[in-house]
Design a protein around this ligand. Sequence first.
Ligand code: URA
Length: 443
Amino acid sequence: MRAVDIIARKRDGQTLTTEEIGFFVNGYVRGEIPDYQAAAWLMAVVLRGMDARETADLTLAMATSGRTLSLRSVAPVVADKHSSGGVGDKTTLVVAPLVAAAGLPVGKMSGRGLGFTGGTLDKLESIPGFEVSLSVDRFIAQVARCGVAISGQTAELAPADGLFYELRNATATVPSIPLIASSIMSKKLAAGADVIVLDVKVGRGAFMKDLGSARRLAELMVDVGRRAGRRVVAVLASMDQPLGYAVGNSLEVAEAVEALRGRGPADLRAHCVVLAAHMLLLGGCARDLSGARELARETLRSGRALARLREMVECQGGDPRVVDDPWAVLPRAPIVVPVAAPREGYVAGLDAEKVGLATLLLGAGRERKGAPIDHRVGVVLHKKVGDRVRPGEPLFTVHAADEASLHRATEEVLAAYSWSGYPVRRPRLVRGVIGAEAAISSE
Ligand code: URA
């Protein structure tokens, strides 16, 4: 087999065999296939696509390119979730302890933020002392002991994805549904969870800007997961406006703690309950979705979910007081300025991408991989789509490190709002669920 022939076959729109895909992935990881051939092949995949079988083969080849975890020694079923990335998306901080407290262990490997989307690890690192780089052995031990662990993706798992992802970033080959699906699912499969709930974001603040592409990505990921013997459901969730009110690392941790107290923004709490319910149902903790929802709500109400966050923070070396009084320990920005509404009316739109860019300008995100971030800064929205705004009411508050970034971010967030003189309906957050029926009937 020769790499050049495999590239040519994909260039000509042919379907690759399992052996050809395995040969290419393993050859690249071993350094036998050079970057220029891998880049040409990736571009051929972007332009010609891959069918579901090819995507599953690519995913499995990447998933098995390094160590693969088995969590069977920890519990009969372990759950994981994945968000395809958004603005203000702090659901993992709520859902992971919530599901664990409801009786289903959660082992989750997360990533860092890039561009205008935030990353769970960066949020957790706002908590003083919190350790996100767990070794594989410590990760497994913590899932066993505490029922929940959130750690950074280790280089030992799915190394092919790390190598391909870097090359894709440098060769304009990121936007391909089969490549994104295999990249996400290879890491999930290698991390060993039996139950995987995918939160696929769609809209202005997401990778997938339209519902059709988000649905195709979700269907492909569910299909790949099923072929690998995992129970997978994907929730399609709107990311036209940020989730919740807070955008920025410590601000989002504080908001997640509020949600675990059963308070905080209604859209965030509702979405966390939806995701947790699907995890609990797939994990066999409830008979149907409404029972799973009720279990999730009751776990929140009882305070068990919040208590589980405290245990997780303690296990990972963080200051547990963050759970009782977040602002006693979280870093705060030196400049905090509320911004008044420029007009009255109803909020018709709130562009998540612009709000994300504003927080990037403040220093809450990174434009380059590895760049430092400021955990203190961000934006807290006070009005979202459908809200009525009276003149002079505070619209949002900016938390900044200096005056220059305060002004730039303020302009950007003001530009994110669009207005109507008439009442506007609040948008639906969940736009669809993929794979729920099949997953339930296969139980
Ligand atoms: N997230 C990933 O992990 N991989 C992609 O290709 C895109 C988003």
